[in-house]
Design a protein around this ligand. Structure first.
Ligand code: M6R
Length: 612
């Protein structure tokens, strides 16, 4: 979603801002803009399209200035055009603002401001906010920071903002509520961004603003206060992020790099947490809450998108291994349907970004109802890990491609460890099975590596189906969430319509779609449901569907029926998602590349969905 980057210091701001905006491109956006303060002037350039369009547009214009801010906008209020791009001016063009989030009460504020003579040049909620701030500034005769504080007290909604003033070229103000802001602290310079990626090459020292906090950087000094006017001591943390982790490292796309990183990222997600030789498994994050988990009458999992699919795998695992009833909820539905929650419920919130607005809101709701909330997140220090009672990081490293790949497998690995630890605590798993699963888990990275070696064959297969208009993905048991995830990967990056279904459910509707042009991808690995899946394959073949089957190495049965097979190394049934999803990721990737799609930034999608 929208991205923010700002700079104040001794260097030229423009190159830092533009590079920062490019680092934020992965979040998804449709226009970009910058504001630069120089010799009492504020120069604003903005353009619909990509950051490169903005750069071209700004060529030859005044780009000097040691203070400035830039924004990539993902349209919410108003179309993605030059007019609606950020930054936005205040009425008198003294102040300007960039904003991530949504001001929910903007319509009422806009009406009130119009009646006072304000005119607006865009359709955005953001422009209303800066007009509102300016209105207070003049009416109350207060400083800009005080006007910002007073205005934010009246705002309903979510925001991460940065504000500049022509009158004060040494001052930069930032604030957050439900949308992240991180301040990088350098030597006599500061960076502000919506995540650490634009900052990491300049400084490792950062301050994450909390909700309802305002940062004022004025004449080289950072002060933080709440919107209730309470002064806070900024807590400077050291960033763990490495610069290489956010660069492509020789791959054509971040998505491909991230697919290939999985042997390593799955290992990283388990590293230090298990040791099959000694039978040791310790998820530090749940140590304190182990009893709560073990005694939970119910576990509710809240997530969105791919993280929801990981949640579905977790449902199967937790019910299977721990005998605890589990419900998997779309966070967006859960938050609005007055759910029944008890104090002995444990809620697991899963999120790669840790910023997904619906998941955050679901957490707040569950907290209010007294449930214990456990987070499974990838981005360290993000809002969700800070909002939960406890949690485990997935340690997959930064995921830049909008389509989630390595985050999914890391989530599944971590959720498997959690299920195993609870099962051991509850005594619902035998020591032998526990040890077998630990050994199998340790073997997963090598098995993923083996699947990646089939990349060329998968690419050839993709070439055969590149012109498909539809695809069906089928699986049963642990293969079902994988089918959903495979279908999501294909549709989001290649724009081919794809559906994931439980294989047996096919005959209750989707079977009507099957003809000789319909590719049907089936997770048909050896395991509890194998024979049943074979029957479903026959049903598809009887209707001339084209079967692409993911099978266990050495399979002879499915091979005789399927049009194509992709073999994956044998593993325990419950660990199949970790290996079987890999060929589906590669298949989608190659199809999308062959169709000329923007794989890393698919149309309309955002990496962290910070609006509901
Ligand atoms: O950051 P989160 O895991 O909370 O994000 C949830 C979804 O927005 C995300 O998984 C989305 O579905 C991806 N585009 C999937 O590839």
């Amino acid at each position: 979603m929208c991205g923010i980057v700002a700079y104040i210091g001794k260097r030229q701001a423009y190159p830092i801002i533009v590079k920062g905006l490019q680092r934020l491109e992965y979040r998804g956006y449709d226009s970009a803009g910058v504001a630069l303060l120089h010799q009492g002037q504020m120069n604003i350039y903005k353009k619909a399209g990509k950051v490169t369009d903005l750069i071209k547009f700004a060529e030859g214009k005044e780009l000097n200035g040691n203070i400035g801010m830039g924004h990539t906008r993902w349209a919410t209020h108003g179309e993605p055009n030059d007019r609606n791009a950020h930054p936005h001016w205040s009425e008198s063009t003294i102040f300007s603002i960039i904003h991530n989030g949504i001001i929910e009460n903007y319509a009422a504020l806009k009406e009130a401001l119009k009646s006072k003579g304000h005119t607006f040049t865009s359709d955005t909620d953001t422009e209303v906010l800066i007009h509102f701030i300016e209105d207070i500034y003049y009416a109350e005769k207060v400083s800009l920071e005080e006007a910002v504080r007073l205005a934010l007290g009246e705002i309903v909604g979510a925001y991460a903002i940065v504000i500049l003033s022509k009158q004060d070229p040494h001052k930069l103000i930032a604030a957050r509520r439900a949308s992240p802001i991180v301040v990088g602290v350098g030597t006599d310079e500061f960076f502000v961004a919506s995540d650490a990626s634009p900052i990491v090459e300049y400084t490792k020292n950062v301050v994450y603003l909390n909700d309802n906090e305002i940062a004022l950087i004025d004449n080289g000094k950072l002060t933080v206060k709440t919107i209730e006017n309470q002064v806070k001591t900024p807590y400077i943390q050291e960033l763990e992020l490495q610069l290489e982790a956010i660069e492509k490292g020789g791959y054509d796309h971040f998505m491909l790099k991230e697919i290939y990183e999985q042997p390593r990222s799955i290992w990283d997600s388990m590293r230090g947490r298990l040791d099959a030789k000694t039978g040791h498994l310790r998820m530090g994050g749940i140590a304190e809450f182990e009893g709560k988990f073990a005694n939970a009458k119910r576990i509710i999992i809240c997530a969105c998108g791919t993280s929801w699919h990981a949640g579905l795998v977790a449902e199967y695992l937790l019910e299977d291994l721990c005998r605890i009833p589990v419900e998997v909820e779309y966070a967006s539905e859960f938050r609005y349907r007055n759910p029944v929650l008890f104090e002995d419920d444990v809620v697991i919130a899963i999120s790669q970004s840790g910023e997904t607005a619906d998941t955050l809101a679901a957490i707040e709701l569950a907290k209010q109802k007294g449930a214990t909330i456990f987070g499974v997140c990838n981005v360290v220090g993000a809002s969700i890990p800070r909002a939960t009672h406890a949690g485990a990081y997935t340690h997959a490293g930064p995921e830049i491609g909008v389509a989630s790949t390595k985050a999914f497998t890391a989530q599944v690995a971590v959720l498997t460890l959690i299920a195993l630890q609870i099962a051991q605590k509850k005594g619902t798993i035998t020591e032998t099975r526990f040890r077998t699963l630990l050994t199998e888990l340790e073997a997963i990275p090598a098995k993923v590596e083996a699947v990646l070696k089939q990349n060329d064959a998968i690419k050839e297969l993709a070439a055969r189906y590149v012109d498909s208009n539809n695809a069906l993905y089928l699986g049963r048991g642990y293969g079902f969430p994988v089918a959903l995830e495979g279908a999501l990967k294909l549709k989001e990056i290649s724009y081919i319509h794809a559906e994931g279904y439980p294989a047996a459910e096919m005959k209750h509707g989707p079977i009507a779609l099957i003809d000789d042009a319909m590719p049907v991808v089936v997770i048909a690995t050896k395991g509890a449901n194998f024979e049943k899946v074979v029957s479903n394959i026959q049903e598809v073949k009887a209707r001339k569907g084209r079967i692409i089957a993911i099978v266990t190495e050495g399979d002879k049965e499915v091979r005789t029926m399927a049009d194509h097979v992709i073999e994956i190394p044998e593993t325990d049934d419950i660990l199949v998602p970790l290996v079987s999803v890999i060929p589906l990721q590669l298949f989608s990737y190659h199809i999308a590349v062959m169709r000329g799609c923007n794989v890393d930034q698919p149309r309309n999608l955002a990496k962290s969905v910070t609006v509901e």
